[in-house]
Ligand binder design. Structure first.
Ligand code: SF4
Ligand code: SF4
Length: 455
C-alpha cells in the first residue's frame, strides 16, 4: 500500500451521478438509489486540504460536469492551484481530437490539475474553461470494449484466509497505482474504499483537513475494513465495461437486491458462483494488458460527432454569400445575431466560402472561447458561450470590433483562407514531428538496452 502523498493523483469526487452505468464501475454507478453532489464549500475545503501536495488534484465523478457548481469549482481549483504545466488546448481547430488527446491531454507529467470525464452536454458547454484549466484529462467515452474487474466479491466468500489475504490486500493494484480521494463524507486512502463507504452508507472518511494525505499505510486503520468488501486485490472475473453489467458475490447480492437502483431493476447483476473458486482461472496481467486497454482511453469518432463538434451553426449572410450546405447550418438575421439570439455557434460570411470549409466547420473541434476568423473578416466563427462575450449585450458583427472583446491568445486567424488546407497541412507536419519523436525514443531505447542500461 502507498501513502496518498506518494500517489500521482488525489481525486475530489464531486458527484457519483453519471451518464453511464459501466460494468463493475469503481464508483458503483448503477447500484445507488440516490446520488450525491458535493457542494462548493466542501469542494473548497477539499482543494485547500491538498495545499503542498505535489501531484495532480483530479476532479472526478461519476461524471463531474453534472455537478451544477462544476464551473465555479474548476475556477476555484485553478486559482488555488495555479502552478504546474499549462493547459494545451490549441486555439487552432482540432480535426483529429483522438490524436490530440493522446499527444497532449493524456500526458500527466508536470500537471497539477486533472479532469476525468466521460463527456456529455455539460462537458461541451464548459469546454473553454476546461481547456483553460486542465493540462491533464482522462477522457473516456466507455463505448469501447475494456475489461473491468469485478469489485464486489469479498475474499471471505472465496475462502481466502487471513494470512494470504493481508499479503494480497497490501499489493492491491488499485491502491498502488491509482488514487486516494475525497468525497463529501471525508478523505480516504483509496478511491474504491471511498466509493464503498458511499455504497454501503459507511461512517465516512478522515476529516478533510490540511495534510490528511500524509498518512502512511500504518495509519490507514479502520478504513482498511472496506477492503473486506472488495475484490480488486483478487483474481476474479472481468466484464467488458460497455456491457453495463456487474458481477457480485451472493453475500453482496443479499445486501443490494432490494435496492431501487438501475442495475438491480434492470437485471444487470450476476451472482458469482464461488463454489470451487480457482484463482488460476482468472489470473490477469495488468502490466501487459491494463485495466483500460489502449482503445479504451480513446474516444470513439461517434463521441466527437455527438459531443464535441459544433452542434448548431447559425449563419449570417452578407453581400450575396450563400448558405453552406450541411445539416447544422441555418440562416438567421443580423438583428438576431446582434441580440445573441442563437444557441451555439455563429458563422458570419461576407462573400463566398467553399463547401470544404462548411464540411470542416461541422467536423472539427473548436474552442468556444476563441474568435476564429479568416480573410480579414470574410468569415467569422464564434460561440455564444465564449467568456469574452459574457458581458456583451449587443454583439458586433464586424471583425475589428470583435477583436477588441477577445484577448489576443483567444483569436485565431485562419490564415490564407476560407478553406482548411493550411490546417490540414499543419496536422501533417505535426504527425511527421510525432513520427520523428517516436523513432528517436525507439532508437534511444535500443541503444540503452545495448549498453545494458535498460532491460
Ligand atoms: S463512466 Fe462508467 S466507469 Fe466512469 S464513473 Fe461513469 S459508469 Fe463508472
Ligand atoms: S482492496 Fe479495494 S478498497 Fe482495498 S485498497 Fe484495494 S481497491 Fe481499495
Amino acid at each position: 500500500m502507498k501513502s496518498p502523498e506518494k500517489m500521482g493523483t488525489i481525486q475530489i469526487e464531486v458527484t457519483n451521478s453519471c451518464l453511464r452505468n459501466c460494468s463493475n464501475c469503481t464508483r458503483f454507478c448503477g447500484l445507488h438509489e440516490k446520488h450525491f453532489m458535493m457542494n462548493m464549500e466542501q469542494f473548497k475545503k477539499a482543494v485547500d486540504s491538498l495545499a503542498g501536495y505535489d501531484g495532480i488534484v483530479g476532479v472526478m465523478g461519476g461524471e463531474p460536469t453534472l455537478n451544477p457548481d462544476f464551473p465555479e469549482m474548476i475556477r476555484y481549483l485553478h486559482k488555488a492551484r495555479p502552478s504546474g504545466k499549462k493547459s494545451a488546448f490549441p486555439v487552432a481547430p482540432v480535426r483529429d481530437f483522438d490524436r490530440f488527446l493522446k499527444d497532449r491531454w493524456n500526458n500527466a507529467v508536470g500537471a497539477k490539475r486533472g479532469l476525468w470525464s466521460t463527456f456529455g452536454k455539460k462537458y461541451y458547454e464548459n469546454l473553454e474553461a476546461i481547456a483553460d484549466i486542465f493540462p491533464y484529462q482522462c477522457l473516456n467515452d466507455h463505448q469501447n470494449a475494456s475489461m473491468h474487474q469485478a469489485l464486489l466479491i469479498p475474499r471471505k466468500e472465496l475462502g481466502i484466509g487471513d494470512e494470504e489475504w493481508i499479503k494480497l490486500r497490501d499489493k492491491c493494484w488499485i491502491q498502488n497505482e491509482w488514487s486516494a480521494s475525497i468525497t463529501p463524507k471525508g478523505a480516504f486512502f483509496c478511491e474504491v474504499a471511498a466509493a464503498l463507504d458511499m455504497l454501503f452508507d459507511g461512517p465516512g472518511g478522515w476529516p478533510v483537513e490540511p495534510g490528511w494525505w500524509k498518512r502512511k499505510p500504518e495509519d490507514f486503520g479502520d478504513q482498511l475494513k472496506w477492503c473486506e468488501y472488495c475484490s480488486a486485490a483478487l483474481d476474479v472475473p472481468r466484464i467488458s465495461g460497455d456491457k453495463e453489467c456487474d458481477m457480485v458475490s451472493a453475500g453482496i447480492w443479499e445486501k443490494i437486491k432490494e435496492r431501487n437502483a438501475w442495475k438491480v431493476r434492470n437485471n444487470r447483476c450476476t451472482v458469482f458462483d464461488a463454489s470451487g473458486y480457482d484463482p488460476e482461472k482468472y489470473k490477469y496481467d495488468y502490466t501487459n494488458e491494463p485495466y483500460l486497454p489502449n482503445q479504451d482511453i480513446r474516444i470513439s469518432k461517434d463521441t466527437c460527432m455527438r459531443f464535441l463538434y459544433p452542434r448548431d451553426i447559425a449563419v449570417v449572410l452578407k453581400n450575396g454569400a450563400a448558405l453552406p450546405q450541411g445539416e447544422k447550418f441555418h440562416q438567421i438575421s443580423e438583428e438576431d445575431a446582434a441580440g445573441l439570439d442563437f444557441s451555439d455557434w455563429l458563422l458570419v460570411i461576407d462573400g463566398d466560402i467553399s463547401d470544404i470549409t462548411a464540411e470542416f466547420l461541422e467536423h472539427a473541434v473548436f474552442n468556444p472561447g476563441v474568435l476564429y476568423f479568416a480573410g480579414r473578416g470574410r468569415l467569422i466563427f464564434i460561440n455564444k458561450r465564449a467568456s469574452a462575450l459574457a458581458q456583451c449585450k449587443k454583439l458586433p458583427l464586424e471583425l475589428d470590433l470583435l477583436t477588441k472583446l477577445y484577448p489576443g491568445a483567444k483569436r485565431y486567424n485562419w490564415k490564407n483562407h476560407l478553406t482548411p488546407d493550411s490546417i490540414l497541412f499543419s496536422e501533417k507536419i505535426a504527425a511527421l514531428k510525432r513520427h520523428i519523436q517516436d523513432c528517436w525514443r525507439y532508437r534511444s531505447g535500443l541503444l540503452l538496452k545495448k549498453l545494458g542500461l535498460k532491460k
